[in-house]
Design a protein around this ligand. Structure first.
Ligand code: ATP
Ligand code: MG
Length: 139
């Protein structure tokens, strides 16, 4: 995956609350092109592997329960400066701290159930994209 790409998930809370369309509209309106996308559900093993960096954190069990409780939308997005621009579009981890107009301000309910994931570096974007998609699923 090239460095103008990032990886995202629309998390189970946002899917449950009917926000897939609203979030995809914010993403495409901000100039991101969808180059891979699927509607899927993480197994516990998937979620533990995806968020392994947080495995010593006190909220890890809660995070795995949350991320596996229902379907998600995962996608690879393309834009110049994709990782940084997408983190700006989604807003702070805690929606209470997220800027007006950001996806988390609009659609998230709490620091735990915060509607979307966004990769935090080019390196992790490549790892996360490859975790979710086979090469032939990426356009
Ligand atoms: P993400 O990696 O999902 O894009 P982030 O990079 O903004 O989110 P991280 O610090 O990587 O935030 O945390 C990963 C996820 O763990 C958060 O998005 C949230 O769902 C959950 N989380 C983070 N902090 C807490 C907390 N204090 N209590 C409960 N859940 C938390
Ligand atoms: Mg993170």
């Amino acid at each position: 995956m090239s460095t103008n790409r990032t990886f995202t998930m629309i998390k189970p809370d946002a899917v449950e609350n009917g926000h897939i369309g609203g979030i995809l509209d914010k993403i495409t309106s901000a100039g991101f092109k969808i180059v891979a996308m699927k509607y899927t559900q993480l197994s516990r093993r998937d979620a533990q592997a995806f968020y392994a960096i947080h495995k010593e954190r006190p909220f890890f069990g809660e995070l795995v329960d949350f991320m596996t409780r229902g379907p998600i939308v995962s996608a690879i997005l393309e834009k110049d400066n994709a990782v940084e621009d997408f983190r700006a579009l989604i807003g702070a981890t805690n929606p209470a701290d997220a800027a007006e107009g950001t996806i988390r301000k609009l659609f998230a309910t709490s620091i735990a159930e915060n509607a979307v994931h966004g990769s935090d570096s080019d390196e992790n974007a490549a790892i996360e994209g490859a975790f979710h998609f086979a090469g032939r699923e990426i356009f």
